[in-house]
Design a protein around this ligand. Sequence first.
Ligand SMILES: Cc1cc2nc3c(=O)[nH]c(=O)nc-3n(C[C@H](O)[C@H](O)[C@H](O)COP(=O)(O)OP(=O)(O)OC[C@H]3O[C@@H](n4cnc5c(N)ncnc54)[C@H](O)[C@@H]3O)c2cc1C
Length: 336
Amino acid sequence: MNLIVLLHTQTDGSLPKAAFEAVTAAKQLNTPFAVGILGANAKAACDQLADAGATAYYAAEGDALAQPRYATDVAAAVALVKAAGADVVVAPQTLRFARALPGAAYRIGAAVDTHVGSLTAEGDALRVQRWFYRQRILGSFTRSARPWVLLVDAGIFEPFTAGAGAANATVVDAGITAEDERTTVTGVQAPSADGQTIRPDAKLLFVAGAGWTKKQGDGNMHLDEAAATITGFLAKSGASLGSSKSLVDMPEAAKVFSFMSHMNQVGQTGSTPRHPKGLATCCHGEEPHVVGWRFINERRAVNTDPNCGWAQGKADVVYVADAFEVMAKVNALMGQ
Ligand SMILES: Cc1cc2nc3c(=O)[nH]c(=O)nc-3n(C[C@H](O)[C@H](O)[C@H](O)COP(=O)(O)OP(=O)(O)OC[C@H]3O[C@@H](n4cnc5c(N)ncnc54)[C@H](O)[C@@H]3O)c2cc1C
């Protein structure tokens, strides 16, 4: 096996956390590997991995690669894989690589598998695990096809702790043509840090369900109070915000819960995020929702209904309580 760990820098020249995780994924194979990095300041970024134990370092950098762009990223990825003579490519499943590497794989006639959750070496062969059918079936397989490109999901491997050093990376010409640069990145539109409620690196997933919009004990709805309580907790805890389908489908909730969108929906027709802990509030815990909690290790729920779905063996701890009261108290305690 001739292995390369293929990485990219971010626009500021730093390596994303997922890059260090991909290094760990490769190192635990106990097979010699090269490192290839594309993007802004890629050669300097190789130095960050100088003590990773790679046999060789390759970098593709320059203005054309400073921004993520499909055509130029594909050209650079192909050039780096060829320079290393690699037949197995391990790369992080970042947005940038999820977009570009399947195209690069096609150019070099490689097989490609995305969302890899585990990889082990069996002699010269590799065994890979990934989930299928919305995380219901765990597949374990190997391929004889080479080259083979593997995109490793973030949040699975411990990030490699880098020391300083000099990697003496070989700078590779990505062979970028004028045509590759037809698309221009004119800027980035991103919500403000507070508005960004989906935080993949957060320790806690905080799920808000439709109960926040229901008539409460006094016979009234308390949408503004609900919105303030939820956003207050998110700001204090740094938790990532998840939702049930019922809540994001509700037009009246959309007006008040403007911080919430369908992107937050967790479940069968939503996302399957990875976080060490999860807290569900005002959410019933029906199976189509809870199936999205497959990768949440410790689960707790606050619900007024002692017979809610969470209490049917779906959560480690269920607090039978009013989430308005509980979260107001939690916010007050965190504010101290
Ligand atoms: C094909 C299909 C796909 C689906 N995909 C998804 C999916 O991807 N994600 C998803 O979430 N759902 C999905 N659903 C819908 C799912 O079955 C449920 O309808 C949905 O999850 C219910 O949302 P909820 O628990 O927020 O709302 P509800 O069922 O209305 O539950 C609200 C809960 O809030 C509690 N509550 C109310 N007030 C309070 C309070 N003050 N304190 C504490 N608790 C309170 C209530 O006791 C109740 O349990 C899917 C359904 C189908 C058929």
